[in-house]
Design a protein around this ligand. Sequence first.
Ligand SMILES: *Cc1c(COP(=O)(O)O)cnc(C)c1O
Length: 400
Amino acid sequence: MPPYVMQSMSHLMNTYARLPVSFTHGKGVWLWDSNGKRYLDALSGIAVNTLGHAHPRLTENLAKQANKLIHVSNLYQVSEQEIAAEKLCTLTRMQQAFFCNSGCEANEAAIKLARLYGHQQDIDNPAIIVMEKAFHGRTLATLSATGNRKVQAGFEPLVKGFVRVPYNDLDAVQQVAEHNHDVIAVLVEPIQGEGGIRTLDIHYLENLRKICDQYNWLLMLDEVQCGIGRTGKWFAHQHTGILPDVMTLAKGIGSGIPVGVCLAAGKAANIFKPGNHGSTFGGNPLACVAVQTTLTVMEQDQLIQNAATVGEFLLRNLRSRLASVAGVVEIRGQGLMIGIELNRNCLELVRHALDEGLLINVTDEKVIRLLPAIIFTPDEAQQLLDKLCPLIINFLAQGS
Ligand SMILES: *Cc1c(COP(=O)(O)O)cnc(C)c1O
């Protein structure tokens, strides 16, 4: 690594403990570093590069759009935004979209929308139920909604108006419903990402939907990580029959171009009026072409089905190769959103994998997280298994 990229010399704020590797280009699910070494990418930029790297249809459409128009602002009609919104609303059965540039911004929009909804009912201090181990972003409101002290510590005073309950615990929600009449919404990830790939019981969302209807709350789903085909459905909640009132998306929706969206339907539609919310960059023509292309390629190439079958293949093989290994606590997830929980801190595995030419992540200290691009083929999945499983087995053997 050349000395000018060393952390001590860098002019970047020290917000990330970066790995000592710098990539120059990619193709599909492969990346090459500045020394020409090749890596299998099982993280896809943290669930962002839906179509992998340098997807020809995406780069072509982006180049075409950049040659025409990149940005004009939301002071004008943006036809690319209308088209992207229509497509998203069709897929989600939602009614309206607000475009922004990231997941935290999409959640900020949802939080503001919920508060306005509360004030419309003369609730002066509207509260939103949020979950333990949730992750909703790094802005002040979203870190306050996040259920991780490490994300919050040092940034007090936190934003008020959040009531926390354990994840996957309907009784806890019911308890709050009976005692707190300021609640106006619930914000929940159908599968927790940063929190350690934690899944909900099969009927949780359906029953939560019933509670929300009973108390006139908004059901707000944060699908920033689990949405856009990742779990083998377009959106993770579509494994159930329910519809949310609000849903947030970002990460994979632009295949690497920064885009976030807050979608609303039913009683959550038409809450915002001009002047209530905005974004200078949000939904610019380039970003919306990234969204349109991502969704179109996913449809044309049947990538949702691919995520389901390759994800199933990975889960099955991880379980058969690792489940009985001492130190492996649980292998869980859905589609191409997979967590392997070990009984000890395994952050160093990320470094071991890097040496072996494999990009993975560890979250919540003990959970190996796989978020491969949804173009992953069975053959690439086999290569992932053959690289990853020995690494985990060796790591656990050494420690015991
Ligand atoms: C990553 C993530 C966010 C924050 O998205 P940013 O684009 O980093 O602001 C919010 N919610 C969930 C579930 C996420 O995984």
